[in-house]
Design a protein around this ligand. Structure first.
Ligand code: T6T
Length: 314
């Protein structure tokens, strides 16, 4: 386990190259545990965290599991708890499976701040910060709706059930779709955060329903794979894709015209807010239990203008 944690930590250190600021050097020790390492969303969040920590005189150590998987994230939490940081900022990989490990951290006197994803019972945390994921899912439906004014069959490709963020995006999309009877909602399929699996699911869905007009992909990896699947089926003129997130590969697919819209989050703001809340909790100050951050819709029309600032760092 130690070897795994070391490898992941060094991957994380390399990723710092994309940030404009290095880690702080103060005495307060903070741990940031990503949902998965190498994901541009968490890399951008790490940049926000590093910059805010530096200003606050805090030191940050970042680690992340190699996959978005609670069986890989739990041992990282356990070893971080043993190292006794003042606070842990974490994106839990499952609402249920990460509950007990994080309750143990809180019971050990470590301030827990949830960044991005949450838990079944977030009351163990000092604060929980996330995008308006339900709102973002509804916005994704609106985009598909305006790209397909006559309606038609739509599908969702998500990662795994039990991930609070993507589940909320699915709900936002489903509720909005239920209000427009010209759309035929085919349901949600789970790609386990694997682009190749997402591409396979989309190919199979298009073989079964060749008249699908839109796909909502709930995060970076589902969106990348969805675009590949649609392109391989030669259906990029027919199927409109709206993806959550704005990693560089997603932006490339938007520029190429395979993807029509991206719902960009503000991971750096989530990270900055996370440090502010952790500092307040450590100092015994006032914390805000729930913070909701915004999103921005990026399209080919604004990618070279105001949309550009929302592209994630890599
Ligand atoms: O969409 C983000 C994040 O909000 C979600 O919880 C997991 O996937 C991402 O990290 C993107 O890959």
């Amino acid at each position: 386990k130690a070897a795994v944690a070391l490898t992941v930590a060094s991957v994380s250190a390399v990723m710092l190259a994309g940030c404009s600021s290095d880690s702080g050097s103060g005495s307060g020790k903070i741990a940031f545990i990503q949902g998965v390492s190498g994901d541009e969303f968490y890399i951008s969040m790490q940049c926000g965290i590093e910059a805010a920590a530096k200003d606050a005189g805090l030191t940050v150590d970042t680690q992340g599991p190699a996959k978005f998987d609670p069986t890989l994230q739990k041992p990282i939490v356990d070893s971080v708890v043993a190292s006794r940081p003042s606070a842990i900022l974490i994106a839990p990989t499952d609402v249920a499976a990460m509950q007990a490990p994080l309750a143990a951290a809180a019971n050990a006197g470590i301030k827990v701040v949830l960044v991005d994803t949450t838990l079944d019972d977030p009351s163990i945390a000092a604060s929980a910060i996330s995008s308006d994921n339900v709102g973002g899912g509804a916005e994704a439906f609106k985009a598909i709706e305006s790209l397909n004014p006559n309606g038609g069959k739509v599908l969702i490709i998500s990662t795994d059930p039990g991930v609070s963020t993507v589940d909320a995006r699915v709900k936002g999309f489903e509720d909005a779709a239920a209000e427009n009877s010209s759309f035929d909602y085919l349901g949600v399929q789970y790609s386990h955060n694997d682009p190749a699996e997402a591409a396979k699911l989309v190919s199979a869905a298009l073989a079964k329903d060749p008249d699908i007009v839109g796909v909502f992909a709930t995060n970076t990896f589902s969106a990348e794979g969805t675009a590949t699947g649609v392109r391989q089926a030669g259906k990029q003129d027919q199927v409109k894709i709206v993806g959550f997130d704005a990693g560089p590969a997603q932006v490339k697919q938007l520029r190429e015209g395979t993807v029509q819209a991206l719902i960009a989050q503000q991971p750096d703001t989530i990270g900055k807010d996370g440090i502010e809340q952790a500092k307040a909790a450590i100092d015994g100050g006032e914390v805000t239990k729930d913070i909701s951050t915004g999103f921005h819709v990026i399209t080919a029309d604004n990618i070279d203008g105001e949309g550009a600032q929302y592209i994630y760092k890599s």
